[in-house]
Design a protein around this ligand. Structure first.
Ligand code: NAD
Ligand code: UDP
Ligand code: UDP
Length: 343
C-alpha cells in the first residue's frame, strides 16, 4: 500500500523546480530522505532557513528525531517515519536522496538491507521523481572508487572495487544507485544530480558509529586511547559538514548532472588525524593500535577541480577549525549520556 501525502499549497513554477530568470524565488517543496541523520539534518536546517517546505523521510535506523526536533513546531516541516525500500506517493519539486547507513559498522550490520536500501530505495525515489517531474539528487560516495589505483581520484576514474567483499553491500550498492540514476535520466528524462561524497564529519554524527573522526573525538573526550587501525599510515580527506551541505545545494540548483566529487582535498594519515585531535581536544590523549578491517582503502583524496569549475564550490573549513565545533557537540552529548546513567 502506498502512503499519500497531499499539500494544500501548490507551487506556481511548475514541477521542474526551475526558477524563471528575473522572478523572485518561490517556495520549494523538498524531500530529504535520510533527513534525520547526520548530513541530512544539516541540509534540512539550511533548506528550512531558505524558506522551503521540507519533508523528511526516515526509518530512524541511524537517524534521530533529536536532530530535527527544533523544526517540529514549524508548519513548513514534516517528518514521516517510512522505509524507502517501500514505495511512497508525494508531490514535491526536489528530492535529496540520502537514506542509507553510511558508517562501515552500520552498513555491515545488515548488508542485505543495505543493498535493498541502495537499490530498491533509490528505484522508488527515481520512480517518484519520474511520476511528479521532480529533480533528483543522489548522495553517492567516494567508496565507488574502491581501493583506488589512481590518486587523487577524479570523477572519470572507474574504480577498483571488490564485488564480493564485506564493503560491497555499500560500494556496489552505491554504484548500482548511480547506474539507476543515469538510466532514469537517459530513459525517462528525469532531471538528476550525482554527488560523490568523501569522508565528512561534524556535530550530530552518531557518537559510536565507528567512523574514525567520531571514534577519536569521543575517545579523547572520554579519556580513552584513540584506536588506530593497522599502521595508521592509510590516508583520508576530511570535510566539514557545512561545506558538504553548500556543495549539495549548489549541485541541486546548478545545471550539471555530475558526478561531482564533494570533499576536502586536505589529506591526512590516521596518525596525523590523531595528532590533530590531541592538539585541538586533549593534549594528554594517547593512541593504541588495533588490527585493521578487511579491504580498507589505503589512500583517498578527492580531485575537486570539476566542482570548483562547474559549481563554483570549494570547501572552506579546515580540520583545525571544524574539529573543535564537533567536539563541543560531542562533549554535551557525552555529558548527557553520563548523567542519564546516573554517573
Ligand atoms: P547517517 O547514517 O547519519 O544518515 C543516514 C540516514 O538514513 C539516517 O537518518 C537513517 O536512519 C536513514 N536511513 C537508512 N536507511 C533507511 C531506509 N531504508 N529508509 C529510510 N531511511 C533510512 O549517515 P550520513 O553520514 O548522514 O550519510 C548520508 C548520506 O551521505 C548517505 O547516503 C551516505 O551514503 C552518504 N555519504 C556520507 C558520507 C559521510 O562521510 N558522512 C560519505 C559518503 C557518502
Ligand atoms: N514509485 C514510488 N512512488 C511514485 C512512483 C513510483 O514509490 O510516486 C515506485 C514504484 O512503486 C516502483 C518504482 O518507484 O516500484 C519505480 O517506478 P517506475 O514507474 O519507474 O517503474 P514501474 O512502476 O513501472 O516498475
Ligand atoms: N580507523 C581507525 N580507527 C578507528 C576507526 C577507523 O584507524 O577507530 C581507520 C579505518 O581503518 C580507515 C580510516 O580510519 O582506514 C577511515 O575509516 P572510516 O570508517 O571513518 O571511513 P571509511 O573507511 O569509510 O573511509
Amino acid at each position: 500500500s502506498m502512503r499519500v501525502v497531499s499539500f494544500s499549497q501548490p507551487t506556481t513554477y511548475g514541477a521542474t523546480g526551475r526558477i524563471p530568470v528575473g522572478i523572485a524565488r518561490k517556495r520549494m517543496r523538498v524531500v530529504v530522505t535520510g533527513g534525520s541523520g547526520f548530513v541530512g539534518s544539516h541540509l534540512v536546517d539550511k533548506l528550512m532557513a531558505r524558506g522551503d517546505d521540507v519533508i523528511v523521510i526516515d526509518n530512524f535506523f541511524t537517524g534521530r528525531k533529536e536532530n530535527v526536533v527544533h523544526h517540529f513546531d514549524n508548519p513548513r516541516f514534516e517528518l514521516i517515519r517510512h522505509d524507502v525500500v517501500e514505495p511512497i506517493l508525494l508531490e514535491v519539486d526536489q528530492i535529496y536522496h540520502l537514506a542509507c547507513p553510511a558508517s562501515p559498522v552500520h552498513y555491515k550490520y545488515n548488508p542485505v538491507k543495505t543493498i535493498k536500501t541502495n537499490v530498491m530505495g533509490t528505484l522508488n525515489m527515481l520512480g517518484l521523481a519520474k511520476r511528479i517531474g521532480a529533480r533528483f539528487l543522489l548522495t553517492s560516495t567516494s567508496e565507488v572508487y574502491g581501493d583506488p589505483l589512481e590518486h587523487p581520484q577524479k570523477e572519470t576514474y572507474w574504480g577498483h572495487v571488490n564485488p564480493i567483499g564485506v564493503r560491497s553491500c555499500y560500494d556496489e550498492g552505491k554504484r548500482t544507485a548511480e547506474t539507476l540514476t543515469m538510466d532514469y535520466h537517459r530513459g525517462d528524462g528525469v532531471e538528476v544530480r550525482i554527488a560523490r561524497i568523501f569522508n565528512t564529519y561534524g556535530p550530530r554524527m552518531c557518537l559510536d558509529d565507528g567512523r574514525v573522526v567520531s571514534n577519536f573525538v569521543s575517545q579523547a573526550i572520554r579519556k580513552q586511547p584513540m584506536t588506530v587501525y593497522g599502521d595508521g599510515k592509510q590516508t583520508r580527506s576530511f570535510q566539514y559538514v557545512s561545506d558538504l551541505v553548500d556543495g549539495l545545494m549548489a549541485l541541486m540548483e546548478g545545471e550539471h548532472i555530475g558526478p561531482f566529487n564533494l570533499g576536502n582535498p586536505g589529506e591526512f594519515t590516521m596518525l596525523e588525524l590523531a595528532e590533530v585531535v590531541k592538539e585541538t581536544i586533549d593534549s594528554s590523549a594517547t593512541i593504541e593500535f588495533r588490527e585493521n578491517t578487511a579491504d580498507d582503502p589505503q589512500k583517498r583524496k578527492p580531485d575537486i577541480n570539476k566542482a570548483k569549475e562547474l559549481l563554483n564550490w570549494e570547501p572552506k573549513v579546515a580540520l583545525l577549525e571544524g574539529l573543535p565545533k564537533m567536539a563541543a557537540d560531542f562533549r554535551n552529548r557525552i555529558l548527557n549520556e553520563d548523567e542519564g546513567k546516573g554517573n
